[in-house]
Ligand binder design. Structure first.
Ligand code: ACO
Length: 383
C-alpha cells in the first residue's frame, strides 16, 4: 500500500524593487492626498520597478531565494508556474524565462492568469500535481510589474498598485500537513469591472489603441470593492470547511493585500481578531499575484508562523476570480542558513546556466546559418 502524499511548503523567497513611491510623491502627480489614500486604502507607499526590471527578473530573484532556503537544486524542479497579469511577453511564457535562468532543465513551465487570485490558483494546481504523485518539486511564483500598465494620470487606479515578486517551493512529503485544501471560483460576468482592454486578440496593439489608452488597467473600484467584501470571507470559510477545521483553528489569516477595509471586512465576517491577520499593504500596495507570497515571506521573517500552525490564504481579482487555501505549516523555523560554499556553488550554477543558455542560442543560430549555406551550395551544384 502506498502512503498518502502531502505538498509541503519547504522554500520561500521574495523580491521587491528598491525604488519607493510614497503617497506624497503621488500627490505631486495626480489630484490626491496622503490622507485620502491612507484612509480609503491603508496604503502608505509602494515599490516601483526600475527600467531594467521586469516580471521575469523579479521572479528569478524570488525563485533563487526560495530554492536557497530549501537547499534544492534547480535541476530537481519538475514544474515552474508563474502567476502574473503582467508577463514579460504574451509569449514565450515568463515561466520559461525563469526556467532558463535557473537552469531548471527537467522542469515544465507555464504562466497562469487569474487576476490577483493567480497565486492561490497556482498553489492549488501545484499542490495537486504533487499529491497525485505526478511531481516531487513544484515552484509557484507570483510576480507583477503593474507600474507598466498604470495610467499615471488616473488617480482611481495608479494609487493602488505596486511591483514585486514572491515564490513558494512545494515538495512531496509523507509528513501530514502542507496545502490541506483549496477552493477556486470565477464569475466572468464581472470581467469588465477590472480589465486591460488592449494588446489581446480583441484589440490588438495599434496607434488607435494607444491613443485610446487601451493598454492601461481600467477598474470600477466601487463594484470591485463590493464584490471583494462579499467573497473574501465566504471563500475563506469554504477552504476552512474543506480542510475539516473550524475558525478557531486558524492561527494566521494571510489575505490578498488590496485594501485594508476589504481585509477588515473579511476578518469581521470570519470573526477573526486583527492580531491573527497579516497586513503589509501599507508598504507595498496591491502587488496582485505577488501580494500573498510576499506577505507569506514577511510573516515568516516576523516570526508570525510556527510549526503546526494553520494558515488561511484568500484572494480575489480580475476575472472576476477568487481563491482560498488552508496550509498547515510543517518546516522548522528559522530555516538554517546555507554554508558559504553552498551559496557560492549556487551562484556558480546560475552563471553556468546563463552560459549554457547563450551557447544554445549561438548553436541554434550557427546550425540555421549552416543549414542555409549547405542548401545554397547544393542548389548551386544541382543548377
Ligand atoms: N484621491 C482622491 N480622490 C479619489 C481618488 C484618489 N486617489 N480616487 C478616487 N477618488 C474620488 C472619486 O473620484 C470619488 O469622487 P466622486 O464622489 O466625486 O466621484 C470619491 O473619491 C469616492 O470614490 P469611491 O469609489 O466611492 O471611493 P471608495 O471609498 O470606494 O474607494 C477604492 C475607492 C479605494 C478604489 C475602493 O473602491 C477599492 O479599493 N476598490 C477595490 C479595488 C481593488 O481592490 N482592485 C484590485 C482588484 S485585484 C486585481 O485583480 C488587480
Amino acid at each position: 500500500m502506498t502512503s498518502k502524499r502531502y505538498a509541503q511548503i519547504v522554500g520561500w523567497g521574495k523580491y521587491v524593487p528598491t525604488q519607493v513611491l510614497t503617497n506624497d510623491d503621488l500627490a505631486k502627480m495626480v489630484d490626491t492626498s496622503d490622507d485620502w489614500i491612507r484612509a480609503r486604502t491603508g496604503i502608505v507607499e509602494r515599490r516601483i520597478a526600475d527600467p531594467r526590471e521586469t516580471t521575469s527578473t523579479m521572479s528569478i530573484k524570488a525563485a533563487r531565494a526560495a530554492l536557497q532556503v530549501a537547499d534544492v537544486a534547480p535541476e530537481r524542479l519538475d514544474l515552474i508556474i508563474v502567476t502574473t497579469a503582467t508577463p514579460d511577453y504574451l509569449f514565450p511564457a515568463t515561466a520559461c524565462l525563469v526556467q532558463d535562468a535557473l537552469g531548471a532543465r527537467r522542469a515544465g513551465a507555464f504562466d497562469l492568469l487569474a487576476g490577483c487570485s493567480g497565486f492561490v490558483y497556482g498553489l492549488g494546481v501545484g499542490s495537486q500535481l504533487i499529491i497525485s504523485g505526478a511531481y516531487e518539486n513544484v515552484l509557484v511564483i507570483g510576480a507583477e510589474t503593474l507600474s507598466r500598465i498604470m495610467d499615471w494620470t488616473d488617480r482611481n487606479t495608479c494609487v493602488l498598485f505596486g511591483d514585486g515578486a514572491g515564490a513558494l517551493l512545494l515538495q512531496a512529503s509523507d509528513a501530514p500537513g502542507g496545502v490541506l485544501s483549496f477552493t477556486l471560483g470565477a464569475d466572468g460576468s464581472g470581467g469588465d469591472l477590472l480589465m486591460l482592454p488592449g494588446g489581446g486578440s480583441r484589440h490588438p496593439a495599434s496607434a488607435e489603441t494607444v491613443a485610446q489608452k487601451l493598454h492601461y488597467a481600467r477598474m470600477n473600484g466601487r463594484e470591485v470593492f463590493r464584490f471583494a467584501t462579499r467573497i473574501m470571507g465566504q471563500a475563506a470559510k469554504e477552504a476552512i470547511q474543506a480542510a475539516e477545521l473550524k475558525i478557531d483553528d486558524v492561527d494566521l489569516f494571510i489575505p490578498h493585500q488590496a485594501n485594508i477595509r476589504i481585509i477588515q471586512s473579511a476578518a469581521k465576517h470570519l470573526g477573526l481578531p486583527m492580531d491573527k491577520v497579516f497586513v503589509n499593504l501599507d508598504r507595498y500596495g496591491n502587488t496582485s499575484c505577488a501580494s500573498i507570497p510576499i506577505a507569506f515571506c514577511e510573516a515568516i521573517e516576523e516570526e508570525r508562523i510556527k510549526p503546526g500552525d494553520h494558515l488561511v490564504l484568500v484572494s480575489f481579482g480580475a476575472g472576476l476570480t477568487w481563491a482560498s487555501a488552508v496550509v498547515q505549516w510543517h518546516v522548522p523555523l528559522p530555516a538554517p542558513r546555507l554554508p558559504g560554499w553552498k551559496r557560492l556553488l549556487r551562484r556558480v550554477r546560475y552563471c553556468w546556466a546563463r552560459l549554457v543558455s547563450r551557447l544554445r542560442r549561438t548553436y541554434r543560430k550557427f546550425s540555421s546559418w549552416w543549414g542555409k549555406a549547405v542548401g545554397r551550395i547544393r542548389g548551386n551544384n544541382n543548377g
